[in-house]
Design a protein around this ligand. Structure first.
Ligand SMILES: [Zn+2]
Length: 74
């Protein structure tokens, strides 16, 4: 199961037509809302679709594969 939170920045299999491929997660649930950090457009996609398309997630100042990203231990 993939771990991601509101405010996380991710990359997808395919970037936005504006040329950017960095997206901020602005809504979570059955549908995920993403904001393109290139042009600030919002897109919605189903959670299953999102989890198929997402590739990397920002950890600190670098991007790591989302399958290696886990909830921080308390
Ligand atoms: Zn864009």
């Amino acid at each position: 199961m993939l771990y991601y939170e509101l405010g996380d920045v991710v990359t997808l299999k395919k970037g936005h037509p504006c040329g950017e491929n960095k997206w901020e997660i602005v809504r979570k649930g059955a549908d995920i809302k993403l904001k393109c950090l290139g042009c600030e457009r919002m897109i919605w996609m189903g959670r299953m679709d999102f989890e198929k398309r997402v590739r990397k997630i920002k950890e600190g100042d670098k991007f790591v594969s989302i399958v290696h990203h886990h909830q921080p231990e308390e």
